[in-house]
Ligand binder design. Structure first.
Ligand code: SAM
Length: 371
C-alpha cells in the first residue's frame, strides 16, 4: 500500500463468532451494516461487523446479542465495494475523508467523468469548487489520485483565447504534465498543462494516414504537436515535411514526437508565425509545396471528388479558393515562374464556437511546366 493511501478506521460491532450471523442479520435488517467492508476477526477471537458511521447514534441492539463497539484499523473492502465504479469509489473515499462534514453540496461537486492520460487524470473545470475542499489541502488530491488509480492529477480551465490554443490546466499533484499516447501506431508525447489534446481529430488522422504521399514534400502550416505531420511521415510515406508552429510548448512536443517515431530526419520545424516563415524558407529555395491550416498531399485516389460535397459550406469553399490563390501568388512571386495550386480536399475537423471552425485544406502546389 502506498504511503498516501493511509487506511481510515471504520466503526464496527465485535461479537463472539457464534453470535456473528445473528448480529449480521439484525444489522442488515436495520440497514446499519456497512456493506463496503468485510467482516474481520479482531483481537480476542471476536468477529467485527462494520457499521455505518452516520447511523451510530440510532443504533439499537437486541439484548441477547452481546457485543461492543470497536474500530477496524485496517478495513478490507468487501467484494461488492470492489465492484464499484471508479466514480463510486472516489465518492466513497472522499466521504470517509470528510466524515461528518460530508454534504450534498460536496457530493454534487465530485466529478463523474474525467480524461485519463496514462498515470495522469485530467479533471474538468467544474469539480471540487466548493470551499470545504480547500481545508483538506494536499490530502484531497492524494485521495482523489489513489481512488482513481492515478499518480498525477490536473484540472482543466478554459482554453485561452491567445491563438495558440493554450489550455489553462493546473497540475494538482505530480511533478510535470508530460504524458504519452499511442494513436494508430504513432507515439505522441506532450505536456497536458501546455498543449491541447484533440481526440476528435482521429478521423482526420486516419484519413491522412491512408493518403498515398510517397515522394511528396508537404507543409503543415499549423502543425501543433504533429497530429497530422506524424501520420503523413509515418504512414503516408511523405518524403519530407515542413512543420510550422508558433507555440513553443507545441514545438517542444513536436520535436520529441518526431524523435519518438524516428522521423526527425524527414522534418524541419519552422518555429514562428506561419504567415511569415514559409515565405522566408521558400526564399531559401527549400519548399516545394504549401498549404493552409493543414497539409499538402498527393491527390487522393478519388481525385478529391468529395471536396465540393454537400457538407462543405460555400464560405469554406470561398476561403479555400482565396487561400489557394494567395499561395499560388506567393509561389509565383518567389520562384519567378507559373505555379498551379489545386484544392484536393476540405475537411471540417470540428467547430469550436458558432462561426469558428477547424478546417483542413489539402492543397496541391506544383510548378507549371513550359508547354
Ligand atoms: C487547431 S490547432 C491544430 C493543430 C494540428 N494541426 C491538429 O489538428 O491537431 C492550430 C495550431 O496552429 C497554431 N497556430 C495558429 N496560428 C498560427 C500561426 N499564425 N503561425 C503558426 N502556428 C499557428 C496553434 O498554436 C495551434 O497549435
Amino acid at each position: 500500500m502506498e504511503a498516501r493511501d493511509v487506511p481510515v478506521p471504520v466503526p464496527a460491532l465485535a461479537t463472539e463468532p457464534r453470535f456473528a450471523q445473528c448480529l449480521r442479520e439484525h444489522l442488515e435488517e436495520e440497514q446499519f451494516l456497512d456493506g463496503r467492508y468485510r467482516l474481520q476477526e479482531v483481537p480476542g477471537g471476536r468477529v467485527a461487523l462494520p457499521v455505518v458511521e452516520e447511523k451510530l447514534s440510532q443504533l439499537w441492539l437486541p439484548q441477547e446479542i452481546p457485543c461492543g463497539l470497536v474500530q477496524i484499523q485496517d478495513p478490507v473492502p468487501s467484494r461488492a465495494a470492489r465492484r464499484q465504479t471508479p466514480a463510486q469509489k472516489l465518492r466513497g473515499k472522499l466521504q470517509r475523508l470528510l466524515g461528518k462534514s460530508w454534504s450534498e453540496e460536496l457530493e454534487r461537486d465530485v466529478p463523474r467523468a474525467w480524461q485519463r492520460h496514462g498515470d495522469l487524470v485530467l479533471l474538468s473545470e467544474d469539480c471540487f469548487r466548493a470551499a470545504p475542499w480547500e481545508k483538506l489541502g494536499p490530502a484531497l488530491w492524494e485521495t482523489v489520485a489513489s481512488a482513481l488509480g492515478a499518480r498525477r492529477l490536473a484540472r482543466r480551465g478554459r482554453v485561452l483565447p491567445d491563438g495558440m490554443r493554450s489550455p489553462s490546466i493546473t497540475l494538482l499533484l505530480g511533478q510535470d504534465g508530460w504524458v504519452e499516447h499511442v494513436d494508430n501506431g504513432i507515439r505522441y508525447t506532450f505536456d497536458v498543462t501546455k498543449c491541447m489534446f484533440s481526440p476528435g481529430n482521429i478521423t482526420e488522422k486516419l484519413r491522412v494516414a491512408l493518403l498515398p504521399c510517397s515522394g511528396e514534400v508537404l507543409v503543415d502550416l499549423y502543425a501543433g504537436i504533429g497530429y497530422f505531420t506524424l501520420p503523413y511521415l509515418v504512414h503516408a510515406a511523405a518524403a519530407f515535411a515542413h512543420a510550422c508552429e508558433w507555440n513553443g510548448h507545441a514545438v517542444e512536443a513536436l520535436r520529441r514526437n518526431l524523435a519518438l517515431n524516428g522521423v526527425q530526419d524527414r522534418c524541419h520545424i519552422h518555429h514562428g508565425d506561419s504567415r511569415q516563415t514559409p515565405v522566408l524558407q521558400a526564399e531559401r529555395g527549400s519548399l516545394e509545396g504549401a498549404s493552409s491550416e493543414g497539409e499538402v498531399q498527393h491527390p487522393a485516389e478519388d481525385g478529391g471528388k468529395e471536396t465540393l460535397g454537400a457538407r462543405i459550406r460555400p464560405e469554406w469553399q470561398r476561403w479555400a479558393e482565396a487561400t489557394a490563390a494567395q499561395i499560388r501568388g506567393l509561389l509565383v512571386e518567389l520562384h519567378g515562374q507559373p505555379w498551379r495550386t489545386s484544392i484536393l480536399h476540405i475537411e471540417a475537423v470540428k467547430s469550436y464556437a458558432p462561426h469558428v471552425h477547424h478546417l483542413v485544406l489539402d492543397l496541391e502546389c506544383r510548378p507549371m511546366l513550359p508547354t
